[in-house]
Write a protein that binds this ligand. Structure first.
Ligand SMILES: *[C@@H]1O[C@H](CO)[C@@H](O)[C@H](O)[C@H]1NC(C)=O
Ligand SMILES: *[C@@H]1O[C@H](CO)[C@@H](O)[C@H](O)[C@H]1NC(C)=O
Ligand SMILES: *[C@@H]1O[C@H](CO)[C@@H](O)[C@H](O)[C@H]1NC(C)=O
Ligand SMILES: *[C@@H]1O[C@H](CO)[C@@H](O)[C@H](O)[C@H]1NC(C)=O
Ligand SMILES: *[C@@H]1O[C@H](CO)[C@@H](O)[C@H](O)[C@H]1NC(C)=O
Ligand SMILES: *[C@@H]1O[C@H](CO)[C@@H](O)[C@H](O)[C@H]1NC(C)=O
Ligand SMILES: *[C@@H]1O[C@H](CO)[C@@H](O)[C@H](O)[C@H]1NC(C)=O
Ligand SMILES: *[C@@H]1O[C@H](CO)[C@@H](O)[C@H](O)[C@H]1NC(C)=O
Ligand SMILES: *[C@@H]1O[C@H](CO)[C@@H](O)[C@H](O)[C@H]1NC(C)=O
Length: 735
């Protein structure tokens, strides 16, 4: 009897424990829908970004809508660790640093719903005040960028180069934000009027974005390589994608001994990427979209009206460099490939008997015209041409300034150039290899960035550029970018033509500039991206996202659509249609015995007149035009990952890698008092110990229980022991 009674009691106790636990959980349990999180990156020697303990971090929600909320949380709040739910304007370097140092933080959730979308601080940048300083041409010169006195990026928080051991998430979801603020915080956690804390149960959030990589790229690669090949585990991926290029004129040599003329090619360059703390939220407007659009329009104008290349200049190379935010990774790779005689491609006379593009070396560069950030509300329509301290091209600069005057562009020489040299720019990588190449970098600032939101969530079209597609081609930012493009086309044409050539009146297509800004900054499913779509891109391969394409370079095993569409636009604007291959996707393949040009099948802005397919043109991959293009792509992964046995402690090359993670979770729930939870835990432990004893006991006495018979003394003494423990287990449940 005793035994049976005990067993029943135990079962009830177990059920009660389970039921109570479940009830508590069910009362409130919500997924936290997120739009990005901070993850871990490493360079050769250090780790950056966020990671948390395995299994996730839990904290009591405290909403920070005013500085005083932060004070309360860190100084008065008794229920730490806290999960800080922060409005964007309070997510500043100083505040995050304070939370980090307090040790009272389990994580941070930045809420940025519709109402808070423009809740930006006065100025804020995730990047450093001296971006890419370690890879700077001037890294050893005093005062070129002094973080305290005269930084290029005065609003730089350096947050991207911090390491956090707690998770930081972003949500832009309307309902999740409402739930966090109202149903969670206001209902359970909001301190009383007198500032005293509320009692348990409290609303809590659990965040989990545990990272596999730690310490440094070197450590991570070593660990990844250690693991045997039967069970490959990767802890991190190297950053990298492709950079995209096009020459304006076809060059062909089937003879490797042909030495191309030195200093005869103008390089026109822009960077493709940007970066923010939050993955998938890189939607930079001033940086980099204004410059990409200006470069594309310049290339288009010159393709329509090409110079004759009869003077000193033999060609123009347009380049879109992908990965520059990470220590100039892409331009370092470009220079490396040139020095290794593999840009655009290694000579291979056997494979390409009908010729290929001649090798291109730094010695062939005539000058560099780099386009940087071009417009924001603070800069207005002023732009500046920056040059190196050792710049030897005063005439070029004067010619550029005259071209600007012809197009009513307010361009002047940067006043700081003679003393400070170039601002952060890809040209620095090329000048490292050959300092005497004249380089001019056009930007919307003189001595420091006018863009208050460089590399941040807030570099957005409406707030930072005052851009609105519906305002049409006459709005300020469109006109300005158009004028930059016309000026550059004019200047480049003049440089690349014989003296007899008549300079056409270049006039940018402002409608086109407006459409390009719309595609890159507002809606990727736009007419121009649709015009350059094909079977490898949305809408045929994956649907278009609602948000713009993210501009983060990402890891080398994935090619970003941001770059792919930029490449397609470059080909679309500078290539020519192969008429006989219209609507002929299968045969749109350039002869493979040459590497002078290639073919690219694109949808086009209007359907070919003789499309006879069953589906409408916009729904069929095989409706479109075949473009003959001189454009090509090259890997932008850092040379550090290419050079065998590279020393990752060296600063020669960018050495960035991104951690691998397995799963990311975020949820909201109601958390009972820790003492209560400890109680449940105790029950668990006791029940477990119990079961062990019982199983052991049952094993020994099975025959006596299941077969009616006489009890022995030993059974009774065992049962007594057990029932005492049973009493102990019962107590917490009675609560
Ligand atoms: C990595 O970044 C840290 C912080 O900026 C720097 O001190 C270190 O030199 C860098 N290491 C490499 C190899 O780039
Ligand atoms: C951003 O930088 C500008 C220029 O230095 C400065 O006036 C402004 O106060 C800064 N904003 C913030 C929030 O630090
Ligand atoms: C948000 O909540 C409303 C009302 O509860 C619902 O109709 C809507 O579908 C939800 N939106 C999302 C994106 O979940
Ligand atoms: C390019 O430059 C590198 C190093 O400066 C040199 O070794 C190589 O031979 C050059 N290639 C050509 C084609 O001039
Ligand atoms: C390149 O030049 C070679 C030699 O003149 C010629 O045979 C070949 O057809 C040309 N290739 C292309 C793609 O134009
Ligand atoms: C300008 O671009 C738009 C959009 O692509 C196009 O429809 C229009 O025909 C172009 N205008 C001129 C003058 O080329
Ligand atoms: C469409 O017209 C082009 C010439 O413009 C021709 O070469 C092509 O074969 C035609 N395609 C079809 C499917 O009729
Ligand atoms: C194709 O165009 C038609 C009419 O313009 C439109 O209704 C349809 O949604 C488009 N289809 C796609 C896949 O964009
Ligand atoms: C870095 O560059 C220096 C100078 O060019 C060279 O001597 C050194 O070997 C390089 N180190 C690595 C790890 O490539």
């Amino acid at each position: 009897m005793l035994v049976r009674g005990f067993l029943t009691g135990l079962l009830l106790a177990l059920l009660a424990a389970l039921a109570t636990g479940k009830r508590l959980k069910d009362r409130m349990y919500q997924p936290l829908i997120t739009h990005g999180f901070c993850f871990r990156r490493t360079n050769g020697t250090h780790q950056f970004g966020c990671s948390n303990s395995m299994g996730g971090d839990v904290g009591v929600v405290h909403v920070l809508f005013a500085e005083s909320d932060l004070d309360w949380m860190l100084e008065q709040g008794p229920h730490w660790p806290y999960m800080a739910v922060v409005r964007p304007s309070l997510f500043t370097g100083a505040n995050v640093e304070r939370m980090k140092r307090s040790g009272k933080i389990a994580g941070i959730v930045v809420v940025m719903n519709e109402a808070l979308a423009n809740d930006a601080p006065d100025g804020y940048s995730d990047d450093q005040s001296c971006p890419n300083q370690l890879s700077s041409l001037y890294w050893d010169s005093q005062g070129q960028c002094d973080p305290d006195e005269a930084p290029w990026n005065p609003n730089g928080s350096g947050m991207l180069l911090e390491s956090f051991d707690f998770p930081i998430f972003l949500t832009r979801h309307e309902n999740t934000t409402q739930f966090l603020l109202e149903d969670c915080f206001n209902a359970f956690n909001k301190p009383h009027e007198d500032g005293s804390a509320r009692d348990w149960p409290l609303c809590a959030v659990e965040l989990d974005a545990h990272m596999y990589s730690a310490v440094s790229t070197e450590t991570c690669l070593r660990r990844s390589n250690l693991v045997n090949t039967l069970n490959p585990v990767k802890f991190c991926d190297e950053l990298g994608d492709f950079s995209y290029f096009t020459f304006l004129k076809a060059e062909n040599t089937s003879d490797p001994s042909i030495v191309e003329e030195d200093q005869s090619v103008i390089v026109v360059s822009s960077q493709l990427d940007s970066i923010t703390l939050f993955d998938l939220n890189e939607f930079g407007a001033d940086s980099p979209i204004t410059s990409i659009v200006a470069l594309l329009e310049t290339a288009r104008l010159l393709a329509v009206n090409p110079p004759d290349f009869q003077g000193d200049v033999s060609n123009i190379l347009f380049s879109l460099l992908f990965g520059e935010a990470f220590d100039y990774m892409a331009s370092q790779r470009l220079v490396y490939d040139m020095a290794e005689n593999q840009f655009p491609r290694k000579y291979d006379a056997e494979k390409y008997p009908h010729g290929q593009k001649p090798l291109f070396n730094v010695t062939r560069i005539n000058q560099i015209v780099e386009i940087g950030q071009l417009f924001n509300q603070k800069s207005g329509q002023k732009v500046f041409a920056h040059t190196d301290t050792e710049f030897q091209g005063q005439e070029l600069l004067n010619d550029l300034l005259s071209a600007a005057r012809r197009h009513q562009l307010d361009l002047s020489a940067a006043t700081v150039s003679p003393s400070k040299g170039l601002p952060p720019a890809s040209s620095q990588s090329i000048l490292k290899a050959q300092r005497d190449i004249p380089a001019m970098v056009i930007t919307d600032f003189d001595d420091q960035y006018t863009n208050p939101y460089y590399h941040s969530l807030f570099d957005r079209p409406k707030s930072n550029l005052n851009y609105d597609h519906d305002q049409g081609p006459d709005q300020e930012v469109v006109q300005h970018i158009g004028r930059v493009a016309s000026t550059l086309a004019d200047y480049l044409f003049e440089k690349a033509s014989s003296s007899r050539a008549r300079v056409p009146t270049f006039q940018a297509n402002y409608t086109l500039v407006n459409e390009l800004l719309y595609c890159y900054l507002v809606k990727p499913a736009c007419p121009l991206f649709l015009a350059v779509a094909n079977k490898e891109t949305p809408p045929f391969y994956d649907p278009f996202p609602i948000d713009p394409f993210p501009q983060y370079v990402g890891v080398d095993i994935k090619t970003q659509f941001h770059g792919i569409f930029s490449h397609h636009l470059l080909a679309y604007f500078t290539g020519e249609i192969v008429e006989e291959l219209t609507n002929n996707l299968e045969d749109c393949q350039a002869p493979d015995d040459q590497d002078v040009f290639s073919y690219m099948f694109l949808k086009g802005e209007s359907a070919p007149s003789n499309w006879t397919g069953e589906k409408p043109c916009n729904e069929s991959v095989s409706c479109g035009y075949c473009f003959k293009t001189l454009s090509f792509r090259k890997e932008s992964k850092s040379p550090a990952f290419v050079i065998e046995g590279y020393d990752f402690k060296s600063l020669n090359y960018s050495s960035w890698a991104e951690s691998v993670w397995k799963s990311v979770n975020a949820r909201i729930f109601l958390k009972g008092a820790p003492s209560l939870e400890a109680g449940f835990f105790a029950i668990g432990v006791i029940v477990f110990v119990f079961s062990l004893v019982i199983v052991f006991w049952l094993n020994r006495h099975a025959s006596e229980i299941f077969e009616p018979g006489t009890r022995t003394n030993s059974t009774e003494s065992s049962a007594t022991t057990v029932s005492t423990a049973g009493g102990a287990a019962g107590r917490p449940i009675a609560l």
